[in-house]
Structure formats: structure tokens, C-alpha cells
Design a protein around this ligand. Structure first.
Ligand code: KDG
Ligand code: MG
Length: 404
């Protein structure tokens, strides 16, 4: 079953997405997400110029072989651009295999290990009262887990807080260059424990509460925050410190039992091998699109299973419905599933990517259609041309660049 066409589609129905569409000689199509937020055209070029020509004539059934052909065969390994391109090919091939088999992809991965996917929503308020209101809204809709972010008094443009109240949090808003936000660790550390305690007091012990530090702290600051949050019994504290230096997490672990989730920017198993092997984290946040597709993410998850580390795939709106569909099939199948992030896309995005996954009674359910259960309306996609957008940068008061 030869690949006869490989097309890269860039569309911006509210935000930019890069999608790979593969077509086989018998007319079967498969989709893969290749979006790297703020660097979209780099992956589009990597695919168009270096990968698509290689795929023509290849046997679409040889998923594992093609993965290694693109990974080992490039010589230059890893990195977000390479791995997103490989992910798109891999995801599209799983979609095709499912369609040929007449089965949803999760069935090819071993079948369902659970009845539905527990997801968390984002509460992001200007004030603690607003955060509490938003959490209440999620609880009313049946969510069992909520990420809580609140504007820190005196910190303009706090990470995770929506610019337009009521709109989903949307960080990629710099048109010509990144917007600049100012960061204060002192104000943040002073404010956050009280904010989270207020939410916990209001909702009781059962609701899973999460908080994303977004890489802003040093290891010892992160240890202090983790310790101060212990009474609130967070489900996880996310990205407390940048993870390039994996030894940092040993220091955090020495001081706190607050569970740690890391990995949305990871691209391969090698980015988290030590973190998992030394049990320095509790949840691994790598995603289908940024960590080499279903084939490689499954490998990461299997490795994590050996160390009782659970899955927690990144699911922000810069990952397209194609990635979300793929994530749900994997989430349903793996034994060590933890929690899935879910930020619904805008109606414009949903119209460009019609999909069968749906939310019901606190759970997301993947489509039962053969393959991934997501398509792309190319005519509609063409009506939303690429729209440059940068993620913000964070500065300290003296102008020093900080981690955003
Ligand atoms: O592109 C960056 C976003 O995906 C990221 O800022 C979202 O941290 C994030 C999260 O946990 O969803
Ligand atoms: Mg995050």
C-alpha cells in the first residue's frame, strides 16, 4: 500500500496549525499534526522540503520502519522541529492503518484499558473569586480535575490568565514580535499558596487541583513552593523549574511530596529518561505531536509504566484536533494513564477539523470511527491563511530575560 501523495496544510482558524495529509494508492488518507507554536513554518518546510519527497512510494503499513528511517536516517536527531515532523508522518500512518483495518486506533494499540479519559480544564481568573467561579463552572459540567491559575497582584500579564475575560487563555498573541511580560518570583511565591488554599477550602478534598509554574522557578524556589502547597494536596505541580538540568528535580524531591508533572516541551525519551528512572517526577506530559508521534510516545509511556510514572499529555489549543484525537486513542489504551489536558478549540478550528471525540459525564471519548476519527476540510482551511504569532517573553524588572 504505497504512499502516493504527501501534502502539508497550513491554516489559521483562530491560530496556526500545520497538518500533514498522506494519501495511499488506494485513496486512503491519514492526518498528522505538525504544529510547533510560534515556529510553524519551520516544520512545514522540514516536511515539504525534506520528508514528503521521501515518503512517496513507501509502504504505508511499515510504521516502525518509517519512523526509524526518518529518525536515524536524518543523522541530526531530536529537537522540536524534527520530532514534530516525524510525529506527523507517524500519526498519519496510524490513521491510515486504522482505516484499512476498519478499527479505531486504540484497538490497534491493545484495546481500551478504561471507559473514558479523565480530563482537566483551565480556570484562569484575574482574582481568586473569579478563579473559584470558573472552577465551579467546571465542576458543574462534570470535570473531576481543574488547573488553577490566577493573576498575581503586581505582575502584569501573569502566565495562564486570559486577556479577554471569558475567552480561552491564548498566549500566542505577538504579531510582529513577542509581547513582553514582567515576572516577579517574590510576588508569585507570596501569592500562590493562599490562592490555591482558597480554592481547596471551597471545593473540598476530592477535586483534583493542578497548577502550572511554567518553568519560572529555580530548583530551591520550586522546592519551597512544593512544600508550602502540601496542605492543599495538589494533584500535580507542573514544570516547577526548567528541565534541561534533570538533577534539579533531585533537589525538589528532597524537600517536598507535592507530585510533579513535567515534559510538555520534551521531544524524545532521552529528555526524560533520568527523570523517570530516578522517579523524580510523577506525571509525564509529553505529547503525540512534540514527542515523535504515537509510536514514540507509546515507548515513553511504557518506560514510565515501569517506574509508576503516569501519563499526562499536553493538550493546549496549540495542539490541533488531530493531535487531540491521537492522544485520546493512546490514553484509552495505555495501562498507566493519569490525566489528559483538555482545552476545547474554537468553533472555527472545530469546523476545519471535524472530529468524533466528545466530552460526556466528565470524560472525553475518542471517536469509534476507523482510524483517528478526525478529518480536515481543506476548502475551509484555505480560507484561514497563516497568521504570524509569537509566544510572549518574560522579563525581570531590570530587563533580564527570564523563562516564559
Ligand atoms: O505553546 C505553549 C503552550 O502550549 C503552553 O504554554 C501551554 O503550558 C501550557 C499548558 O500546560 O497547557
Ligand atoms: Mg504547561
Amino acid at each position: 500500500m504505497r504512499v502516493v501523495r504527501a501534502t502539508v496544510i497550513v491554516t489559521s482558524p483562530g491560530r496556526n496549525f500545520v497538518t500533514l495529509k498522506l494519501t495511499t494508492e488506494d485513496g486512503i488518507t491519514g492526518l498528522g499534526d505538525a504544529t510547533v507554536n510560534g515556529r510553524e513554518l519551520a516544520v512545514a518546510a522540514y516536511l515539504r522540503d525534506h520528508v514528503c519527497p521521501l515518503l512517496i512510494g513507501m509502504d504505508a503499513h511499515r510504521i516502525e520502519h518509517i519512523w526509524h528511517y526518518l529518525y536515524r536516517g536524518a543523522y541530526w536527531r531530536r529537537g522540536p522541529i524534527t520530532m514534530a515532523a516525524i510525529a506527523a508522518v507517524d500519526t498519519a500512518l496510524w490513521d491510515i492503518k486504522g482505516k484499512v483495518a476498519g478499527l479505531p486506533v486504540y484497538q490497534l494499540l491493545g484495546g481500551a484499558s478504561r471507559d473514558g479519559i479523565t480530563v482537566y480544564g483551565h480556570a484562569n481568573g484575574e482574582t481568586v473569586a473569579e478563579v473559584i467561579d470558573q472552577v465551579a463552572g467546571y465542576v458543574d459540567r462534570g470535570y473531576q480535575a481543574v488547573r488553577v491559575q490566577c493573576a498575581v497582584p503586581g505582575v502584569a500579564g501573569t502566565y495562564g490568565v486570559a486577556k479577554t475575560p471569558g475567552r480561552p487563555y491564548e498566549p500566542a498573541d505577538g504579531r510582529d514580535r513577542p509581547t513582553e511580560t514582567v515576572w516577579s518570583t517574590e510576588r508569585y511565591l507570596d501569592f500562590v499558596p493562599g490562592m490555591i488554599a482558597a480554592v481547596r477550602n471551597r471545593f473540598g478534598p476530592e477535586l483534583r487541583l493542578l497548577h502550572d509554574v511554567h518553568h519560572r522557578l529555580t530548583p530551591i524556589e520550586a522546592a519551597r513552593l512544593g512544600k508550602s502547597l502540601e496542605p492543599a494536596a495538589l494533584y500535580w505541580l507542573e514544570d516547577p523549574t526548567p528541565a534541561e538540568l534533570q538533577d534539579s528535580f533531585r533537589l525538589i524531591r528532597r524537600h517536598t511530596t507535592t507530585p510533579i508533572a513535567v515534559g510538555e516541551v520534551f521531544n524524545t525519551l532521552w529528555d526524560c529518561e533520568q527523570l523517570i528512572r530516578e522517579q523524580l517526577v510523577d506525571f509525564i506530559r509529553a505529547s503525540v505531536v512534540h514527542a515523535g508521534g504515537i509510536t514514540h510516545l507509546r515507548r515513553i509511556f511504557s518506560y514510565a509504566e515501569l517506574y509508576q510514572v503516569r501519563t499526562a499529555s499536553h493538550g493546549a489549543t496549540d495542539l490541533s484536533p488531530v493531535c487531540m484525537s491521537a492522544a485520546l486513542h493512546l490514553d484509552l489504551a495505555v495501562p498507566n494513564f493519569g490525566l489528559q489536558e483538555y482545552m476545547p478549540h474554537t468553533p472555527e478550528t472545530d469546523a476545519v477539523f471535524p472530529h468524533g471525540y466528545h466530552f460526556a459525564d466528565g470524560y472525553l471519548h475518542p471517536s469509534e470511527e476507523p482510524g483517528l476519527g478526525v478529518e480536515i476540510d481543506e476548502k475551509l482551511a484555505a480560507r484561514y491563511p497563516y497568521d504570524p504569532a509569537y509566544l510572549p517573553v518574560a522579563l525581570l524588572a531590570d530587563g533580564t530575560i527570564h523563562h516564559w
